[in-house]
Design a protein around this ligand. Structure first.
Ligand code: NAX
Ligand code: K
Length: 461
């Protein structure tokens, strides 16, 4: 996993102060990284339009123009006259090299957005809104320097934002790039080294970006085993049995030795999934909430009192009783609407979905502060997993997963790993990665995936 920071200006200041680097060295690395990428990826006759603002983001662009000049057909568009010292210096250099400055935007082969970086601090005026809209309308390959212009440090779009194919982010990953809103604007994200190894540039963090290698699949090492070796998951069925069936199939495919659906009357379910009226003696984990509908508090209380690791999902987030059971045994998997209910039940906040979605990191942190031992997975375009005041971002999800039943697969995968003895945070991280990475293996169109397709892909991880 990689470290992610709310802000990086202090990290930049630190390397200048402690390791005697200079702003200019950092900037040269920033511009060089985009230069090398363009040099490798594109033929030399391409036109490149670099759009520069007045601060150091613009300065990065002017330095990039200098590097690209003569290799490519480079034009600079100045949005606002250079204001920062570095922008003024880079401007002078670009001018002295006779790089062409243009006064009209045009559909270049490549556009590099260097209007605003981390310094965006107010609403965009009409001119800049129109300018970004024009850039977005072009069919060019779009690169963003540091962060797409228009996205603020909270990952929100003030009026409009540049829609890039790739973002080169300087020195460290920033949380703003991983808001759900930013997901449609950042494109691929490339981390740029600014002159010292990232382990030196970056200090300790409490937010992390998950990578494929963080997924630990439940491969079986010992041949001398039996079904009981791999746990017995009990899924509590509710009014809508379909959700439990999907979860049970996902859990079984992800390695649980036995899976039982606990239901009050006999159901027509998959033959390899067991059913029972009671929780099994040899149960090792419980999943509850999917398709639950109404349940008597007394019955719910009996289940919650059992001392097994549990996944709480869906309808259970509307049950006030659960706040008494948010301990280290529990994994919560709410979507935003369910999470605002949970925030309300726990007296953390009474907010709208919009307020939550605009501040996902903030409210996950607040929840974590009150319940540090519970594992939380907040669903979204970028999934946030949290425990012990640390947040883990899973950014592999796509719109393919926006379907009924995807969440039931996820709860089944997490519960399966819990049943097999994974510690709750590890179970949640590995299952969430498996869920998203499996969806990426689905190669048909991006609207047709169903839970069974997803489970099939989980089998091929
Ligand atoms: N500080 C450093 O050591 C480094 C900085 N770098 C670059 O510097 C960037 C940050 O530079 P700055 O702090 O100069 O900030 P920016 O270049 O992002 O922009 C700030 C300027 O834009 C103006 N501005 C902000 N919002 C505006 C709005 N809505 N409408 C009109 N004008 C607005 C501000 O008044 C300020 O003059 C980073 O994103 C990165 O690209 C990199 O070169 C790496 C090294
Ligand atoms: K930018």
């Amino acid at each position: 996993m990689k470290k992610v920071f709310d802000e990086v200006a202090s990290l930049e200041k630190r390397v200048v102060k402690d390791f005697f680097l200079s702003e200019e060295i950092l900037m040269e690395h920033a511009s060089n990284s985009i230069f090398n990428y363009i040099l490798k990826k594109f033929r030399k006759n391409k036109t490149i339009l670099i759009v520069c603002g007045c601060g150091n983001n613009g300065a990065d662009g002017l330095a990039l123009a200098r590097l690209l000049h003569k290799n490519f057909n480079v034009k600079i568009y100045i949005v606002k006259e250079p204001k920062s010292a570095m922008a003024k210096l880079q401007y002078k250099r670009a001018k002295s090299l006779n790089i062409e400055f243009v006064h009209n935007l045009f559909e270049a082969d490549i556009i590099v957005d260097c209007i605003f970086g981390t310094g965006l601090n107010k609403k965009l005026d009409e001119n800049i809104i129109n300018l970004i809209a024009s850039l977005n309308s072009f069919n060019s390959f779009k690169i963003a320097c540091d962060i797409p212009s228009g996205i603020d440090i909270y990952g929100q779009i003030i009026n409009i934002a540049y829609k890039s194919d790739i973002t080169f982010t300087m020195g460290a990953y920033k949380t703003s790039l991983f808001s759900d809103t930013a997901k449609d604007y950042v494109g691929d994200i490339k981390l740029v080294n600014l002159g010292v190894h990232k382990d030196i540039f970056q200090i300790d963090a409490d937010i992390f970006l998950l990578e494929k290698k963080d997924m630990v699949l439940p491969f079986r090492n010992n041949k001398n085993s039996h079904k009981g070796t791999f746990g017995h998951l009990n899924i509590i069925a509710g009014e809508k049995i379909g959700a439990s069936i999907i979860s049970s199939k996902a859990a079984f495919s992800f390695g649980a030795g036995l899976v039982t659906i606990v239901c009050s009357k006999e159901q027509n379910i998959t033959e390899y999934i067991m059913q029972s009226r009671n929780i099994a003696q040899n149960c090792t984990a419980i999943a509850i909430g999917m398709g639950l509908g109404e349940i008597y508090d007394k019955n719910l209380e009996e289940i919650l009192e059992l001392n097994f690791p549990k996944v709480f999902d869906a309808d259970i987030f509307y049950k006030p009783l659960i706040v008494n059971y948010l301990d280290e045994n529990i994994v919560l998997t709410p979507h935003p609407k369910e999470f605002i209910s949970l925030l309300k039940l726990t007296n953390i906040a009474d907010i709208s979905i919009e307020e939550l979605q605009n501040n996902r990191f903030l409210y996950v942190k607040k929840f974590c502060k009150k319940y540090p031992k519970t594992t939380l997975l907040l669903k979204g375009a970028n999934v946030l997993i949290a425990k012990d005041n640390k947040i883990y971002i899973n950014s592999y999800g796509t719109q393919v997963l926006s379907k009924g039943g995807s969440g039931d697969v996820l709860s089944g995968l997490i519960a399966s790993l819990l049943a097999q003895g994974y510690e709750p945070l590890n179970a949640t991280i590995s299952a969430s990665l498996a869920h998203t990475l499996a969806s990426k293996k689905y190669k048909k169109n991006n609207y047709s995936l169903n839970p069974n397709d997803l489970i099939k892909k989980v089998k091929k991880l």
